[in-house]
Every structure is written in structure tokens, then in C-alpha cells.
Design a protein. Structure first.
Length: 327
């Protein structure tokens, strides 16, 4: 994964969590054909968004392999090649420039982003971000979110002092120590920043401006392979079932994320409401890609691709199959 979503070591923590209350794989409608090879699944293992995938993979493959640290880059790289990978829509756009065979096959989560800022820095409105030190991670969904929020306030990234800060926990430390004025990043770091600042915190919601689409991705080649396609359908079905159970009772998903990302349970619980765990398909996916492509092309100094060029990146067929066939 070329742009990590947390300190790499935290993402490599093992997930030693049993699935509680699950029936057998066959009874759950997840049994696969005899001899079917397990999928190699990569993902941003330190994100809250990956919860249902962690549970689904452990249900499908109790003897391994577990989800490996990676993302869309793992689908198209020369090493550690994955069959399936999770990432925000930004990364599918980035890597599909060179590899147009990347495919988005499910939306896992709608991420509800926010900017967290310090009142003591003189910030009471979005426009007050002008000239302020704002931490984000470049070429990510958070970077795009910041650009959208600034535009909403009549500003551009050139009007602020954008800081690239890693590891991401340093954003929390930086804003608490007044080395930063605001952060534009995903959870749990936004929530941790709010709690670090206490009454000095002010939040600016991205509702109606931008929401992250955290997706399951694969390649056209994997979908063209009948056996691999069948396993991808099984995985999506398992994710849908895990997501439904998790929305009824989030405890198991929260525990899986805490172990995978190296967080406390309390950190995960506090930021959980800032995610819509949908396990569906965003109807506005193509509209989002078209708009975001203009921003990304500008950042990469290339012409933006057309709507017709971006449309093939979306393949709903395996999701529809997973929804229509219970087992």
C-alpha cells in the first residue's frame, strides 16, 4: 500500500478473535466448492471501515489466510498481488490510470468525514482556516475532502498551510500541542483529536459536501476467472451477512478493528457513529468518480478521463449475484 492509513506496524497486528454466535459455514450459506482456493484479500487493516471484511474473511477461511495489509496497489503491483482489496474510491482512481482493469465491486462503508480545528487558533468558521496549519495525507480521500471543504468556504489549498503528518497519531499530538491548527483525516484520529482538545475543539462536518466511499476492489482478470469469480461472490455474500449482524450488534466488529489497528475498544466505539456500514453499492459512484477525477488529474498534471472512460471501473455484477443467491 503506497499511502498507509496508519503506522505500518499497527496494521500488521494479528487478529486473534473468534466469531461468536456463528453457525457453521455451510449453514450460513457460505460453503464453497471443494478444492476452491482461498482468496488473497488485502486491505487497510488499520481502518474502522474494514470491520465487516475482517469478520467475513475469518468466517470463510478460519484456517487462514487473514486479511493482509494493503490496498488497491496490491491488485496491480508486482509483489504480494491480491485477488481482492479494500480502499477508498480515491485509490481506485489513482491506480486505474495505469491499470484500467481495476474494478470496484462493492461499497462497504460511507465515511462521514469532518475537519477538527482549534478554537484557540481563531477558528469559528470554515473561512477562518485561511492561513492555518492543516494536517492531512496527500492523494487520499482525506486530501480530497479537505479540498472540497475549502472550496465550500471559497478557499483553495493554496490558501492554507497543508502539512503531511505521519504516523497519523502525530496529528492528534500536533493539534493538542498547538503545532497544528486543524486536521482533516479519517477515524479514529478525528475523534481522538476532538477528545484531546476538549472544549477547544470545533468540528466542521462534510455532510452534503463529501462522503468517503470505502469499497471492495478487484480486477477484470479475476472476474473473468470462473473459480475466482465464484470465490469473490462468496466473499461479498459473507461481507453482507457479517455487516447485517454487525449493524445489529457492533461489539464483534469493534473488537476486530481494535485488534487489527492497535486501538483501544473505547477509541473504536467513540468514532463508530461516523461510519455508515452499508455493504451495498453507492448509486452515485460514477458521479463521485467523475468529479473526483477532475481534482486528481489536476494534482497529477494530466488530462482528466471522461465519464465514459471511468464507467468501466464499476462492476456491480458480482454484488448483484451475491445479493440474489443466498448460498
Amino acid at each position: 500500500m503506497s499511502i498507509a492509513r496508519r503506522d505500518m506496524m499497527a496494521g500488521l497486528l494479528a487478529i486473534g478473535l473468534p466469531l461468536q454466535g456463528c453457525t457453521s459455514r455451510a449453514a450460513a450459506g457460505l460453503a464453497g466448492p471443494a478444492g476452491a482456493a482461498p482468496l488473497v484479500v488485502h486491505g487497510a487493516t488499520m481502518t474502522v471501515e474494514i470491520a465487516a471484511v475482517l469478520l467475513a474473511v475469518r468466517n470463510l477461511y478460519p484456517d487462514g489466510p487473514a486479511v493482509k495489509l494493503g490496498g488497491v496497489a496490491s491488485l496491480v503491483g508486482t509483489e504480494n498481488v491480491a485477488d481482492v482489496a479494500t480502499n477508498a474510491e480515491t485509490q481506485a482512481l489513482r491506480y486505474s490510470v495505469a491499470r484500467p482493469d481495476v474494478r470496484i465491486v462493492m461499497t462497504l462503508v460511507e465515511g462521514h468525514y469532518r475537519i477538527v480545528a482549534r478554537r484557540s487558533a481563531g477558528i469559528t468558521a470554515l473561512a477562518d482556516l485561511k492561513g492555518k496549519r492543516i494536517a492531512t495525507l496527500q492523494f487520499t480521500s482525506a486530501d480530497y475532502f479537505l479540498a472540497k471543504m475549502l472550496d465550500h468556504a471559497g478557499l483553495t489549498p493554496a490558501d492554507v498551510d497543508v502539512r503531511q503528518v505521519m504516523p497519523l497519531q502525530d496529528m492528534v499530538t500536533g493539534i493538542a500541542n498547538h503545532d497544528l491548527d486543524a486536521v482533516a483525516i479519517w477515524e479514529p484520529f478525528s475523534e481522538n483529536a476532538v477528545r484531546a482538545l476538549g472544549s477547544d475543539a470545533i468540528e466542521f462536518s462534510g455532510k452534503g459536501i463529501y462522503q468517503e466511499l470505502f469499497n471492495v476492489n478487484t480486477t477484470a482478470g479475476a472476474l473473468a476467472d470462473p473459480q475466482k469469480r465464484g470465490e469473490i461472490v462468496r466473499l461479498l455474500r459473507a461481507i453482507i451477512q457479517a455487516n447485517e449482524a454487525m449493524n445489529r450488534d457492533p461489539a464483534e466488529g469493534q473488537a476486530a478493528v481494535a485488534a487489527s489497528g492497535g486501538y483501544t475498544i473505547e477509541e473504536v466505539r467513540q468514532c463508530w457513529p461516523h461510519h455508515g456500514f452499508v455493504a451495498s453499492f453507492a448509486d452515485d459512484m460514477l458521479d463521485t468518480l467523475v468529479e473526483e477525477e477532475i481534482w486528481l488529474a489536476g494534482r497529477e498534471n494530466r488530462p482528466p478521463r471522461s465519464r465514459a472512460q471511468l464507467a468501466p471501473l464499476i462492476d456491480r455484477s458480482v454484488y448483484e449475484e451475491a445479493r440474489s443467491r443466498p448460498g
